[in-house]
Design a protein around this ligand. Structure first.
Ligand SMILES: Cc1ncc(COP(=O)(O)O)c(C=O)c1O
Length: 402
């Protein structure tokens, strides 16, 4: 049996595979600690659930326009006005099945075979494969100073005549780094000068700690929405704990949004009518559940980072946002897949190998789960990595041996 070049070039999502494996181990009664997760532990807002139930009861759950219902578009417009200070028109916005699909259709609308898509390292796992799916060539840019803050100069050097898009994600999955204003402003300018689209993956933009805020890319341009080269991607998954609803969106120039909508209309049609209805309620909800979530995550971050800082030899970078930290474990094992596997085998702690994000020698640790799991996970890791520690560790009703 032979498959297409695209099918052969795409790897399975490492994070989804890990989640499936952890779920199987848990179902088998193993005391697994999941520090690999990518979703907040809270529940979806009651307003969203009620809206979904009410719609289901009508029995009228039908096709909607491919780019979303008028109510969904109005919710995206209101959100953009509230958090970015710009009021897009309905033809500047579209809803998708998650931010993931919004990014994918943006790439499909922009990239021809052989075109390049530039993004900083570390990057979200899906960017390279999404670029390949669109026929493009991923161009990861590694900060020369080894930090998680990309430099304008490194990014500029990576831009060529074949660059069609730059992808930025701040705060960043996996590092939690928040890009500074000078950098974002510089990237907006560079992309405008060279007519390159800047895809701002803002899925974590409200999850920033220490009283800071993510940079608003629209404040970095004097251009109108249709003239700017900015596409903002976001959704309800992370901020409203609605990952399973699969609602994301894009805001951008009308001509591009139209092209993206055409592609989506043949790809999947509309995102779920039911989920759109629930998402509209979540976005309109006046209660500031996102602020509460952020305070909660900041507390978890503080606990995890303090515990990790107590492990000699571990390189800890304190994340400024999201619910992930990317730590340098290369003193223990430079092969992140092998180390992640070792932690799962020996102490049943799930982590994500840094190589999946372009950072070999690192592991991504999530702090979105219960605080008890954050503490227990780090306790087990610390025990396993300590060559002078006791030979056994009691955990989760089990005795782990080296
Ligand atoms: C950086 C980043 N962008 C996009 C997504 C996709 O989110 P969604 O659930 O809206 O498809 C994720 C999810 O993990 C993410 O981490």
């Amino acid at each position: 049996m032979s498959f297409s070049r695209i099918a052969r070039s795409i790897t399975p999502s490492a994070t989804l595979a890990l989640n499936a494996r952890a779920a199987r181990m848990r179902a088998a009664g193993e005391p697994v600690i999941h520090l690999g997760g990518g979703e907040p532990e809270g529940l979806a807002p009651p307003s969203a659930i009620e809206a979904g139930i009410a719609m289901l009861r009508t029995g009228q759950v039908r096709y909607t326009p491919a780019t979303g219902t008028p109510a969904m578009k109005d919710a995206i417009i209101a959100y953009t006005e509230r958090f970015y200070g710009r009021r897009p028109g309905r033809d500047n916005v579209m809803a998708s099945a998650g931010a993931k699909q919004a990014i994918m259709v943006a790439l499909l609308a922009l990239v021809d075979p052989g075109d390049e898509v530039v993004f900083p390292v570390p990057y979200w796992v899906s960017y390279p494969d999404m670029t390949r799916l669109a026929g493009g060539v991923p161009v990861p840019v590694r900060p020369a100073d080894g930090s998680f803050q990309p430099s304008l100069r490194d990014m500029e050097e990576a831009l060529t005549l074949r660059t069609r898009a730059v992808l930025l994600n701040s705060p960043n999955n996996p590092s939690g780094a928040v890009y500074d204003e000078e950098f974002v402003r510089g990237m907006v300018r560079l992309c405008e000068e060279r007519d390159i689209h800047l895809l701002m993956d803002d899925i974590y933009h409200r999850m920033v700690f220490d009283g800071n805020a993510a940079v608003n890319c629209y404040a970095c341009t004097g251009r109108e929405l249709d003239e700017a080269r900015i596409v903002v991607l976001n959704g309800v998954s992370k901020q409203y704990a609605m990952t399973g609803f699969r609602i994301g969106w894009a805001v951008g120039p009308a001509a591009l949004i139209r092209a993206m909508g055409n592609i989506q209309s043949h790809l999947s049609g509309n995102p779920s009518a039911l989920s759109q209805h629930a998402a509209v309620a979540a976005v309109a909800d006046e209660r500031d559940s996102v602020r509460e979530l952020c305070t909660h995550l900041e507390r978890h971050r503080n606990v995890m980072m303090e515990l990790l800082a107590g492990i000699p030899g571990l390189g800890v970078n304190v994340p400024g946002g999201t619910f992930y930290g990317l730590c340098d474990f290369s003193r223990f094992d430079a092969d992140s897949h092998r180390l992640s596997e070792h932690l799962l085998e020996k102490v049943q702690v799930v982590t994500v190998p840094g190589v999946e994000f372009g950072m070999e020698g690192h592991l991504r640790l999530s702090f979105c789960g219960p605080l008890s799991e954050v503490r227990e996970g780090v306790r087990r890791i610390a025990w396993l990595l300590d060559p002078h520690g006791p030979a056994e560790l009691e955990a989760g009703g089990r005795v782990f041996r080296r």
